[in-house]
Every structure is written in C-alpha cells, then in structure tokens.
Design a protein around this ligand. Structure first.
Ligand SMILES: [Zn+2]
Length: 305
C-alpha cells in the first residue's frame, strides 16, 4: 500500500489535476487555485489533524461499546485543497470502527454530499440526510456525532426520556438537551434530506439531542467537545437507567445544587480540557496499535485527499 502511495505521489507531482485512484480510474478534479504554498500547507496540516481527532473518536466509541455494527456516523467539517467551503469528513461505508485511521475518511461536499476527498470510496449514506441537515441548521458547529448507545437509546424509548437531575454527570446537561419525541419517521431518507432538517430544528440551540425511538446526537464547536458531550451524556443516561431498574425511590439534586453543578462543569470543561480527554485516548490507541496514525500518510492526503 505504501509503495502504491509513493508511486501516486510521484505521478501527481507532475500533474496535480489528474487523480489516479486504486489504479482503476482516472478522475479529473480541480484543486483550488490562488492559494500560496504556505496556505496549502496549513490546509493539509489542519485537515490531517482533524482526521486524527475524528479517527480517535470513532475508535473510542467502539472501545466503549457505543458503536453498532458498521452503522452510525461521526462527521467533522475540515478545510480542503479541493473545495473552498471545505468538506465533511466521514467514515467510508463498511469499515469497522476499531480499524478507522485518519486517511480512511471520505470528504463529502457539505451541500450535495458529492465525494470530494477519497474518490472511489462509498460513504455511509444515511449520514447525508442527518449530518448535512444539522450543519445547515447549526453553522456554528464543526462536528456532529450520531450513535445508538445502549443507555441513551433506552432513555429515548421511554414516554418520558428526560434526563433527571440525580447525578453530577446529569447536572452537566440540565439545560443543554433537546428531545425529539414522537418524531421518528423511519430510516433517514438520503434523497430529500428532510430528516436532517427536522433533526436540526429539533436540536435548536442545544448541543445534545435525544432522538426519540432512535439514539443520540451531539454537536460541538470542536471534535473533542462533541465527543466529550456524547461520552458523558451516555454515562449520565447509564446511571439513570440503572437507577430506574432498582425500582427504589430516586434521590434528586435540589434545583440550586443542580444549577450550580451545571455552571461549575460548564466553566471547567473548556476546549483545552476536552482536547486533553481525546488526546489521552489517542495515546492509548497509539500504544495499542502504533500504525493507527502514520504521519507519512498526511503527505499522501495532499494529493488524493
Ligand atoms: Zn441512527
């Protein structure tokens, strides 16, 4: 594989508009013009770093049992050498999350879902309708994560799926959760993008959406923030579902304590803190699998995306 990439690099150095992929097809694609060498380098650097973060999140959800088969999807907006508006990075269809690597991602057009980076790979199709609709509704977020984790999904099938103020983790989400109750209408339709629009509206200005009869969706201004919210909401839901199962009366936090806890966590959980969280996991995965992130592949991205 590496040797193929080396050959590709050499070929493409001579004609950057001509992309040869897998030796099977020749695709014409226009790189953005007018960028300085320094700007191109920065785009490649940032695109690669975002891929590393997103790959870490995929592996982490698999590690914690929050993935489901080869379904569900996490996406992040990233700058691209091929599209001024950037792309949404997304796992190719059919890849198990424990094997996701930074270079595997497909980069799709944020409006049309056309594959811009990773030509020839097939993205997970229901992601079009869910994620692009949410990005449309929330231009302030960089990352959207959607999974069917066991406990959040259990909450989502209850008549009252609301998170109860019974734990510290729950208090974090006291005023930052939206609920899409009774709106589930079958598998997301990729053609019309209606499900994404609907979910974007249901999310509103919150960062967590409990998707009725379906699962969980979080957004973040960064990838680590969306990940942190997703992980901790599932932990809060786990405590709540297990507490329900005991059948014993619940001990609710007084309103003022829940409010103070939410405010305290909000002040503590900064972009830097959540970045440390995801970075710690990245180190774990690098130790488990030193091939997980190969910096050499960041050069490869410059040519084939
Ligand atoms: Zn789903």
């Amino acid at each position: 594989m590496i040797s193929t990439r080396l050959i590709l690099r050499e070929v493409l150095k001579h004609d950057s508009k001509k992309i040869l992929l897998r030796g099977l097809a020749t695709v014409q694609r226009q790189r953005r013009t007018g960028l300085s060498a320094a700007q191109e380098k920065e785009i490649v650097r940032e695109n690669w770093e975002l891929r590393c973060q997103l790959a870490t999140a995929y592996r982490a959800f698999e590690k914690f049992g929050m993935s489901e088969g080869i379904c569900n999807h996490l996406t992040a907006k990233a700058p691209s050498l091929f599209k001024e508006e950037g792309v949404a990075l997304l796992v190719p269809y059919g890849m198990y999350w424990s094997q996701v690597t930074p270079e595997c991602f497909v980069g799709i057009d944020l409006k049309t879902a056309e594959v811009i980076e990773g030509l020839g790979r097939e993205p997970e199709t229901t992601a079009y309708s869910i994620h692009l609709g949410v990005y449309d509704a929330r231009p302030d977020v960089q990352c959207v994560m959607h999974t069917h984790p066991q406990y959040s999904t259990t909450l989502s099938v209850l008549k009252d799926p609301t998170i109860q103020m019974i734990s510290q983790n729950a208090a974090r989400f006291r005023t930052n959760v939206a609920y899409d109750i009774g709106g589930y209408d079958g598998i997301a339709n990729q053609g019309e993008n209606t499900e994404g629009k609907r979910l974007g509206q249901a999310l509103g200005d919150k960062d967590v959406l409990v998707m009725g009869n379906h699962g969980l969706l979080t957004v973040g201004e960064t990838i680590p923030m969306a990940y942190d919210r997703h992980y901790y909401f599932e932990r809060a839901a786990e405590t709540q579902v297990l507490a329900y199962q005991t059948g014993k009366p619940l001990s609710y936090l007084p309103d003022d304590v829940a409010k103070r806890t939410e405010e305290g966590i909000y002040a503590y959980v900064t972009k830097e803190v959540v970045a440390k969280h995801l970075n710690a996991l990245r180190n774990v995965f690098m130790k488990e699998d030193p091939t997980f992130i190969d910096p050499k592949n960041s050069e490869y991205m410059e040519y084939v995306g």
